[in-house]
Design a protein around this ligand. Structure first.
Ligand code: BV8
Ligand code: ZN
Length: 250
C-alpha cells in the first residue's frame, strides 16, 4: 500500500500538467483515522446499538428530540476532541499546488481545521445550528453537555421558541441548493476526481463520480475496502486516507 500506483500517479500528473482541475469527494472514511466512527463501519461507539439511518431523520427528531440531540452533542464533542489527520492536511497542501475543489459528505470541520477551503458540505455541518421550525440560525452558546451517552434537551429558538437542531441534512431532506450546485459544478468541470472514504451508498452524493465520468473525468477511488462505486471508477487504490493522500504530494 506504499507508493501511489503508477496508473494513478500518471492520471494525477496528466491532470495537473494540462492545467486540469481536480475534484475531491470525501466521506466518513476521511475522518476515520482522526477517531471519528464511520456510519457503516464497525462502530466502536457507545451508540452502535442505534442505527444512524434511523436517528438521522426528522421523524426521529419529532419522536424523541432529546435522544437525537444527545447523539449529535456526543458527536460534536467527538469532533471537537479530534484532530485533522495526515489525509486532511495532504488535501490542504495539494490545493495550494493544483486547482482543486473539495466536496465533502462529512458534517465535521476537520477539513477546515486542516486548512482546506471546503467548496461544498453536501450534507451540512454539525456546528451550523438552526431552529427546527423557523430555520433561524442559533448564534447562542451551546448547552452544558458533559459527554457520554445521554439524552439532552435541545436548546430553544430565541425567535419562536421551537427546538434548535443540527445543521445537517437528514435522510429524506433535500441537500442545500448552494452546496449541491457547487458539488455538481465541480464534478462536471474536473479532469480528475478522487473519491476518498465513502461507501457510495447515499444519494444523490453517490452519483457525483458517475457525473464526473460522464463529463470526461478520470475517477479514482481511495478506500481500503471495495464499495458500491468500485465497479464504476477508472482506478482503485486500496489505501487509507491518512496513508495514501500524503503520497500524492511526492
Ligand atoms: C434526498 C448527515 C430527496 C446527517 C447524512 C427513502 C426515503 C427517503 C430517501 C431515500 C429513500 N431511499 C433512498 C433515499 C435517498 C437517501 C439515500 O440515499 N438513502 C440510502 C442510504 C439508501 N438520500 C437522502 O435521503 C438524501 N436526500 O434524497 O432527498 C429530496 C429531494 C427534494 C426534496 C426533499 C427530499 C439525504 C442524504 C443525506 C443523509 N445525511 N449525513 C448526519 O451525519 O447525522 S448521510 C451520512 O452517510 C453521512 O453524511 C455520510 O457521509 C454519508 C455517506 O456515508 P459515507 O460517508 O460513505 O460513510 P460510510 O460509513 O457509509 O462509509 C465509510 C467508508 O470509508 C467505507 O467505504 C470504508 O471502507 C471507508 N473507510 C474506512 N476507514 C477509512 C476509509 N476510507 C479511507 N481511509 C480510512 N481510514
Ligand atoms: Zn424558531
Amino acid at each position: 500500500m506504499d507508493a501511489v500506483p503508477a496508473a494513478i500517479a500518471e492520471a494525477l500528473r496528466r491532470a495537473t500538467d494540462t492545467g486540469g482541475h481536480i475534484c475531491v469527494l470525501t466521506g466518513a472514511g476521511m475522518s476515520a483515522e482522526s477517531g471519528i466512527p464511520t456510519f457503516r463501519g464497525t462502530h466502536d461507539s457507545l451508540w452502535s446499538r442505534f442505527d444512524p439511518m434511523r436517528l438521522a431523520t426528522a421523524e426521529a427528531w419529532r419522536e424523541d428530540p432529546a435522544l437525537v440531540w444527545g447523539w449529535y452533542r456526543w458527536r460534536m464533542q467527538l469532533v471537537r476532541d479530534a484532530q485533522p489527520n495526515a489525509g486532511h492536511r495532504a488535501l490542504a497542501t495539494l490545493a495550494q499546488r493544483v486547482p482543486l475543489s473539495l466536496v465533502t459528505q462529512n458534517v465535521d470541520d476537520l477539513h477546515e481545521r486542516a486548512g482546506s477551503l471546503v467548496d461544498a458540505h453536501v450534507h451540512g455541518s454539525l456546528f451550523a445550528l438552526r431552529c427546527f421550525a423557523c430555520g433561524r440560525a442559533h448564534a447562542g452558546s451551546l448547552d452544558d453537555y458533559v459527554g457520554g451517552m445521554q439524552r439532552v434537551e435541545p436548546m430553544r429558538c430565541a425567535a419562536c421558541g421551537d427546538r434548535i437542531r443540527p445543521g445537517v441534512v437528514w435522510f429524506g431532506e433535500a441537500l442545500p441548493d448552494d452546496a449541491w450546485s457547487a458539488a455538481t459544478d465541480a464534478a462536471m468541470r474536473c479532469t480528475l476526481m478522487l473519491v476518498v472514504g465513502t461507501s457510495g451508498l447515499v444519494y444523490p452524493a453517490a452519483g457525483l463520480p458517475a457525473l464526473a465520468r460522464r463529463h470526461g473525468a478520470t475517477v479514482v477511488e481511495i478506500n481500503p475496502e471495495p464499495t458500491a462505486l468500485s465497479a464504476e471508477v477508472d482506478h482503485v487504490w486500496r489505501a487509507t486516507a491518512a496513508h495514501g493522500l500524503p503520497r500524492f504530494l511526492g
